[in-house]
Design a protein around this ligand. Structure first.
Ligand code: MD3
Ligand code: FE
Length: 213
């Protein structure tokens, strides 16, 4: 319908993939996001953290916001001071806040004000094994994720680590929201293929906005 086409061109489409799971394809200005994170990495460099069990996490990461997710032999937790730079984490850019907040509101999560954003960097061959995000205080708050660069296959399980997942390809610019029942779901990211993307080269970046405290 003509009227609907006109409407679609100004209001990005939101797809509901499952209860509590909402996908906005090609939603963000990726050049802006990429420029901002390059600047962030100068202040809070990407680093490979260590699990409490002593394993090196292959996907490197860093944080912005009041609280930054951190892991070493002492455990998984949120830190207010970056243990590497010994300074506060860089602030979340105001535009990032507005984008995450606006998308969350469209998905039915009003007043989402993240105090933490974890930035993951995937190089070819790296993957994220199945896990739950459970280091945050309030599970009624959703998680908003933004993908940049090379496409990865995101896998969504349920309340158990295994079984047959829903496979969701995440492309440059996609924004995904997890809330409600899905907030505790197990999820993983398949091994990144060696591909080239004009914005990020052979890498993929993912930002996860959270209310941690
Ligand atoms: C589903 N990151 O940082 S983002 C993570 O693509 C993480 O880098 C992945 O899992 C990535 O913890 C996935 C999408 C995502 C984030 C949080 C979730 C999916 C989620 C929390 C609960 C359920
Ligand atoms: Fe996760």
């Amino acid at each position: 319908m003509m009227q609907n086409d006109l409407f679609s061109s100004i209001t990005p489409v939101m797809e509901k993939l499952a209860e509590g799971v909402f996908l906005f394809r090609d939603y963000v200005d990726t050049e802006y996001f990429y420029t901002q994170i390059q600047d962030i990495f100068k202040q809070a460099p990407l680093r490979h953290m260590i699990t409490p069990g002593g394993k090196r996490i292959n996907v490197s990461g860093t944080s912005i916001g009041k609280a930054g997710w951190y892991s070493d032999r002492k455990g998984y937790r949120y830190e207010m001071i970056d243990p590497v730079s010994q300074k506060a984490w860089p602030a979340i850019p105001q535009r990032f806040m507005e984008i995450a907040n606006k998308a969350a509101a469209r998905a039915g999560f009003e007043k989402f004000l993240p105090d933490s954003c974890f930035i993951n960097c995937y190089e070819p061959g790296t993957r994220l094994t199945s896990h739950q995000d459970q280091d945050e205080k309030d599970f009624s708050q959703p998680i908003v994720s933004v993908s940049l660069g090379v496409t990865a296959i995101f896998q969504l399980y349920g309340d158990q680590r295994g079984g047959t997942p829903m496979n969701i390809p995440l492309h440059n610019g996609d924004l995904l929201i997890f809330g409600g029942i899905a907030r505790r779901y197990f999820h993983s990211v398949k091994k990144l293929e060696k591909e080239n993307h004009p914005l990020t080269g052979d890498r993929r970046f993912n930002l996860t906005f959270r209310k941690a405290l």
